[in-house]
Ligand binder design. Structure first.
Ligand code: C2O
Ligand code: CU
Length: 431
């Protein structure tokens, strides 16, 4: 039976009040001046894929690989992706996580499109206006599909900046309890000369946070969720806790000696040779809310917002679809019984997200970057922090805001995907 994901199954079972798939709000059809068309065909299929250790994963894949093909573009290009489904019986889509595409390109089955079943296909098209580190994944039974491998990286290079000497995507994913970067579940080696400029694009494609450490060099946290920070200062011996679904771009100049990246305390990537296992445990966490230089922002805690939604996250017995059930809840209800949030185009919208449970909830709104205003009532003091996924830890209260500028119907959910499956998901709808 279909699960309570954003799946077509749910929508099909509950058509009333949940709308028909949005198909008319589609993306641009031409690149920006000077841009080019990037055509991709991606085929979803089941496969047995070996990680570098030989560990075999009973996978659902895009193009037979773990992860799927890296999709790249230059800012202003038109990205055109034809998704085909060969044999994933549960169906697939592609959701462009963190990318503010037009609603009809968003890949939410039952909401923005019909699910792509075996033998079917769907064409996505959007202009790559945002430069930065993003990812894509299926949104059908996603707590199963993403875990089994239906995801990949989307990196958009800025039009006018010189590339780093070493530019490496580091997508972290756990298969059957085995942590890997890409398909490498050992230690990746990357050549890098002293003096080389390096950008590591850390991506957390799991449902739990990961903790990173960088030993052997000072570094800057240049971007969060694909959005550049203002005035990121150099730090060292600081841990980076990356929410589920989130991305951090870390930049540094390669020193004379080797550099090692740890994930959850273990070395997973070495640059410049060497095999010392540096200690990175016990380091204080770098807090992006208080990092970098302030700059003008379109709204603060003092702004008068047109809409203010409070979401209290908890778990327990709840009414789900007219019946009592155990659920991950928002304001005491589980999907599909959580009322939609309704906004009008141009509204300034504030979310207050309160976590009353004992688990972390990485909150994710589709189609809109949100500006972090405050955590636990304390205003963010660093660089403007625009994110698409933010970790609300037990007991925390987060305030974020955005301008409603991307019409349609958007999923708004916990990115711990089993939690979303267990009810922690709702929709934001434009009037
Ligand atoms: Cu990355 Cu609705 O998801
Ligand atoms: Cu959650």
């Amino acid at each position: 039976a279909p699960s309570a994901d954003a799946g077509g199954g749910v929508a099909a079972a509950h058509p009333a009040g949940h709308g028909t798939p949005v198909t008319d709000l589609r993306g641009a059809t031409t690149p920006a001046a000077g841009g080019t068309v990037r055509p991709y065909t991606v085929t979803a299929r089941t496969a047995t894929v070996a990680l570098t250790s030989g560990h075999e994963v009973d996978a659902w894949t895009y193009d037979g690989t773990l992860p799927g093909p890296p999709l790249t573009a230059v800012q202003g290009d038109l990205v055109e992706v034809t998704l085909r489904n060969e044999d994933v019986d549960e169906g697939v889509t592609i959701h462009w996580h963190g990318y503010d595409v037009a609603c009809g390109e968003d890949g939410a089955p039952g909401t923005t499109q019909d699910v792509v079943g075996p033998g079917a296909e769907f064409g996505y098209r959007f202009r790559a206006d945002q430069a930065g580190t993003f990812w894509y994944h299926t949104h059908q039974v996603s707590h199963v599909g993403v875990r089994r491998g239906l995801y990949g990286t989307l990196v958009v290079a800025p039009r006018d900046a010189a590339p780093e000497d070493v530019d490496l995507a580091v997508p972290v994913h756990t298969y059957d309890g085995v942590l890997a970067i890409g398909d490498d579940d050992g230690v990746l080696d990357q050549a890098a000369e002293p003096g080389a400029s390096v950008r590591l694009r850390l991506l957390n494609t799991d449902s739990e946070p990961h903790r990173f450490g960088l030993a052997g060099t000072a570094f800057r946290l240049a971007a969060v969720d694909g959005r550049d920070l203002n005035g990121p200062g150099e730090v060292s011996e600081r841990a980076l806790r990356l929410p589920a679904g989130g991305r951090y771009d870390v930049v540094f100049t390669m020193p004379d000696g080797p550099v090692a990246l740890t994930v959850d305390g273990e070395v997973r990537l070495r640059l410049g040779g060497g095999d010392d296992d540096p200690a990175t445990s016990g380091w204080a966490e770098l807090d992006p809310l208080h990092y970098g230089e302030p700059a003008d922002v379109p709204f603060t805690l003092d702004t008068t917002f047109d809409r203010h939604f409070t979401m209290v996250l908890d778990r327990g017995a709840a009414m789900v679809d007219g019946r009592p059930a155990f659920a991950q809840t928002v304001n005491g209800r589980g999907h599909p019984s959580i009322p939609e949030q309704v906004v009008a185009e141009g509204d300034l919208v504030r979310f207050t997200v309160v976590n009353r449970s004992l688990e972390t909830h990485p909150w994710h709104l589709h189609g809109h970057g949100v500006l972090v205003l405050a955590r636990d009532g304390q205003a963010a003091t660093g660089s403007p922090l625009w994110v698409d996924t933010f970790d609300v830890r037990p007991g925390e209260v987060w305030d974020v805001a955005f301008e409603a500028g991307n019409p349609g119907v958007w999923m708004n959910h916990c990115h711990n995907l089993p939690h979303a499956d267990q009810g922690m998901m709702l929709r934001l709808r434009y009037d």
